[in-house]
Design a protein around this ligand. Sequence first.
Ligand code: EZ4
Ligand code: CO
Length: 408
Amino acid sequence: MSGTDTIVAADVVVTSPGRNFVTLKITTAEGLVGWGDATLNGRELAVASYLRDHVAPLLVGRDPARIEDTWQYLYRGAYWRRGPVTMTSVGAVDLALWDIKGKATGQPVYQLLGGAVRDRILAYTHASGWDVPRLLDAVDARREHGFLAVRAQSGVPGLGTVYGVSEAAAGHERPDRHGTGPDEEIWDTDAYLRHAPEMLAAVREHAGPGLKLLHDTHHRLTPGEAARLGRALEPVNLFWLEDVTPAENQEVLRHVRRHTTVPLAIGEVFNTVWECQTLITEQLIDFVRTCVTHAGGISHLRRIAALAEIWQVRLGPHGPSDISPVALGASLHVGLSTPNFAIQEYMGYEPVVHEVFRHAWSYEDGHLHPGDEPGLGIEVDEALAARFPYEPGYLPVARRRDGSVTDW
Ligand code: EZ4
Ligand code: CO
């Protein structure tokens, strides 16, 4: 196939079946269609414009088989590099080109990446409750659905809405869909630090030793606070503690690491291997959370995995309901073919999302599989997608009790 086909169109589909998704569709002269996810929660149209206005004109006329060359061309050729908008755009193109290569060769993408190294991929899902009893019910419900790994989040006494708590069945990450700007939440780290160890100990006590238990601190702690929390959580035996600090400064994790053996996971907001470099090469984390779309696609996630493998760091990619089923599928093709892939986040989707994005990937007994359709195994129902126009939405903003802005 190499060199015989040509990209004739690159179109951006923006749809909002309950939440916004941005999808790239690349079409070739031979009639192949490749899909890529370009959703960046709360900043969707920036990526849509980057793709429509700046990338699509460059793709027309190119050879779709040249995936790596196109990656280099878009990354290095823009001069302005890295960052979530750029890397999500590059990632969407990369996914769509892998999809096309799979369809051109009749192979699922994981076969082109070296074939399966495992039979299925361990998944974790979210459970939350405003108080501990409701959280325990949610954990039970997830386990009844077969999940072996669960991320537990709860409300904090004295605070209102906080990150990660939703009692919706599928659980979903806000944004609230209104164009009036973000909701604001009050955050109090001391209240959280008093509550979190008790809350997670209650889950462990209730669920027993077999459950893989995870928790997300969502960038809120200083290195000292993170070290203390990590120590306090050691008896709970977490699978991981996520995003303890904002990690804009990777070096501060040295302090956390010196004081606790709690397994650390970081990286869902990172966009390239360079933001993971110190964390990996100094073994400051156990799991890297970079997302297959936000970190430049399958091609770049594999580079991160290769660096991580040398340092015995494993992948546990971001997979919230605010990336589309296209991205989740792509992550699973990497997961099935990458030795140091540990676990995939899987929040699930509302039923209508599964209708807009029909997918070969499947969930069963706590595990995911990408399926064996050629390419990524995704079909987008464009007519249905067109019935859900874009609606502006924002993630919340958090303030301390004194009114100053902190990390949400
Ligand atoms: O808050 O994807 O671990 N998962 C997460 C996510 C993020 C959202 C932000 O859009 O932290 O739920
Ligand atoms: Co997270």
